[in-house]
Write a protein that binds this ligand. Sequence first.
Ligand SMILES: CC(C)(COP(=O)(O)OP(=O)(O)OC[C@H]1O[C@@H](n2cnc3c(N)ncnc32)[C@H](O)[C@@H]1OP(=O)(O)O)[C@@H](O)C(=O)NCCC(=O)NCCS
Length: 156
Amino acid sequence: MWPIVHDIVTEQQTFAYDPYMSEHDAKRMWLVAAPARVVVAAEADRVLGTANMYANRPGPGSHVASGSLMVAKDARGKGVGRALATDMITWARGNGFAAIQFNAVVDTNTAAISLYESLGFSTLGTAPGAFRHPVLGDVGLRIMWLDLRPPAQVTG
Ligand SMILES: CC(C)(COP(=O)(O)OP(=O)(O)OC[C@H]1O[C@@H](n2cnc3c(N)ncnc32)[C@H](O)[C@@H]1OP(=O)(O)O)[C@@H](O)C(=O)NCCC(=O)NCCS
């Protein structure tokens, strides 16, 4: 997984992670402990992508899931991201989460936004200029949300 994570964090276009993180730091950050979950998408013995998923907040926020996904550059556009995101939704449903919240989707990340919208996520709001994109300058960070509850249970 490290080459994929390293490539994406050093690029600094899609995640607000430390671009200088070491492999050790990346392991601690990405490999969340059970009951949270980490998966890979693989073809033969090659890892094409990875996702992690967990409760978004502790205590009173722990009924909402969150997670992240990363696909190797040369494996994109072939359904790997969709498979990882669909798996995350299945995991969240199966574990009784009320919703999935992505906390910081970069507003210029059209691939991720199209993927999430196609799976039913909507944007709750955007923190303006909250992400310092190395090419495009300051761009927004979206909170994206997928409710998993039956409509009658959704309040507030
Ligand atoms: C976002 C990301 C995970 C998508 O993975 P992927 O394997 O390329 O996605 P898929 O091939 O499964 O495509 C799924 C959908 O994503 C959208 N999509 C993918 N690439 C796209 C692109 N270049 N432009 C616009 N939409 C795109 C489409 O809606 C596509 O739908 P389709 O299945 O009808 O074609 C991948 O681009 C990635 O790892 N990016 C860097 C890290 C990242 O941004 N992670 C998410 C942070 S919020």
